[in-house]
Design a binder for this molecule. Structure first.
Ligand code: MG
Ligand code: MG
Length: 280
């Protein structure tokens, strides 16, 4: 078969097989290794996401709606000739995800969702730039927050750094998963298992799946090599590992309504160690 068609078929297959939702062990798509030219574009896509985060962080204060945050994100994406990789993805109706307190991920920005003093808000941002995707999520405090809110943010962010540290050529995917799980569980919090990190490139969700806990899934034994790019993204809850999805079919919340947090960076495996693409 013509190789161009093969590539296209493989991409379609990848798109169908992989998403953010934990797909267990049934499917195993092949990871896509990026060449230096592709990696350079991914650096730019990642930097655009980082710029959006800087602006969002500045804008977050009591009284601001999540729809206003969405508008800020769109403006900055456009300014850098990028679009949102979330908008329209499986029908998602907004440019960013904004999830408040017990909302974990996939919250839909809304003019009536107003940030209040003491909230924490997880903002997930994806850019689409020159054919490649950058993806990073961060949980932000709105004014002064409770010790519990601070704790779940700190532990989730700490687990992200613990995972990134092991995103090193020669390690396996499960080394990242284990580091995240150990960090979170040693702080007596709960890793969400229904959603996972992922390979990233031309598609937002590529192989491998990057679990936040150790399991025997097929992707966990993949050996990391330069050119592989991963979105590492622990999702942590204070009271339970269980989630549920609201009637809007998107917003995922902790089943017991305890606080949750989500931190994510897009990270390239290089010969010099992990390179975080979604930083300025
Ligand atoms: Mg994300
Ligand atoms: Mg992601």
């Amino acid at each position: 078969m013509h190789s161009g068609i093969m590539t296209r078929l493989r991409r379609q297959l990848l798109r169908r097989n992989t998403n953010h939702q934990n797909n267990g062990t049934q499917t195993r798509a092949e990871p896509v290794f990026k060449d230096p030219r592709e990696l350079q574009i991914m650096r730019e896509a990642g930097r655009i996401v980082a710029r959006v985060h800087v602006a969002i962080k500045e804008a977050i204060k009591p009284g601001v709606s999540t729809l206003e945050l969405d508008a800020i994100a769109l403006e900055i994406l456009r300014k850098h000739n990028a679009t949102s990789s979330f908008y329209g993805y499986n029908g998602f109706p907004a440019n960013i995800c904004a999830s408040i307190n017990e909302e974990l991920v996939h919250g839909i920005p809304n003019a009536r969702r107003i940030l209040r003093e003491g909230d924490i808000v997880s903002v997930d941002i994806g850019s689409y730039y020159r054919g490649f995707v950058g993806d990073s999520g961060w949980t932000y405090a709105v004014g002064n927050i409770s010790p519990d809110a601070q704790r779940v943010m700190d532990v989730t962010e700490g687990s992200l750094w613990a995972g990134i540290e092991l995103a090193v050529a020669g390690n396996q995917v499960r080394d990242i998963s284990r580091a995240i799980q150990q960090y979170v569980e040693s702080h007596n919090m709960y890793i969400v298992r229904e959603y996972t990190g992922h390979g990233i490139g031309r598609a937002m969700h590529e192989a491998p799946q990057v679990l936040n806990y150790v399991s025997g899934d097929a992707d966990s034994s993949l050996v990391l090599r330069p050119g592989l790019v991963l979105a590492i993204e622990p999702m942590v809850q204070l009271g339970t590992e269980k989630t549920k999805t609201l009637k809007d079919k998107w917003t995922v919340i902790s089943k017991d309504h305890t606080l949750s947090a989500h931190f994510e960076h897009t990270v390239a495996i290089t010969n010099q160690g992990p390179e975080i693409l979604t930083l300025l």
